[in-house]
Write a protein that binds this ligand. Structure first.
Ligand code: SF4
Length: 146
């Protein structure tokens, strides 16, 4: 309501049953819960598919970063179909190509390499988020290291 700060909608693909899809969801959590909680809004792909009004409004209002587990790019397509703008399309496979040592395995639960790949992907995306929705510098961040 009164908080009209610019944010970025993060839309990971649902990717159920595929490790790369699970990486996209995990990266979404890393971004929205951990790395950039103040400037992002997580939108579940399933809610967009169901036509959920709140989810549609979020992608209509904020630029979106779609994170997809395979070349079908379900998240990016769904954002566009919902009237949103995809500011960046991220493919888990592209990130994996640069980090071949981090092969994701497991579906319900990712292996450590998969979790690390999600983290690397999320960290790469923060640059774009900060460009679209600059962090609030008035808060005087202490500069924490993880
Ligand atoms: S982009 Fe690929 S992995 Fe993700 S939901 Fe679509 S088909 Fe599944």
């Amino acid at each position: 309501m009164s908080d009209i700060r610019r944010k970025v909608a993060i839309v990971p693909c649902s990717g159920i049953g595929k490790p790369y899809g699970t990486v996209s969801r995990e990266a979404g959590y890393d971004l929205c819960e951990d790395l950039r909680p103040d400037t992002t809004e997580l939108v579940a792909l399933s809610r967009l598919v169901m036509g959920d009004e709140t989810a549609r409004q979020t992608v209509a209002k904020f630029p979106a970063i779609a994170i997809d587990g395979c070349k079908l790019m379900c998240a990016a397509k769904m954002v566009r179909q919902s009237g949103g703008t995809v500011a960046q399309e991220v493919a888990v496979l592209d990130v994996y190509r640069h980090h071949k040592d981090l092969k994701p395995e497991g579906i319900a639960e990712l292996n450590d390499a998969g979790l690390q790949l999600a983290r690397v992907l999320a960290e790469e995306v923060t640059e774009k988020i900060d460009e679209l929705a600059p962090p609030d510098t008035r808060r005087g961040e202490g500069g924490s290291h993880g």
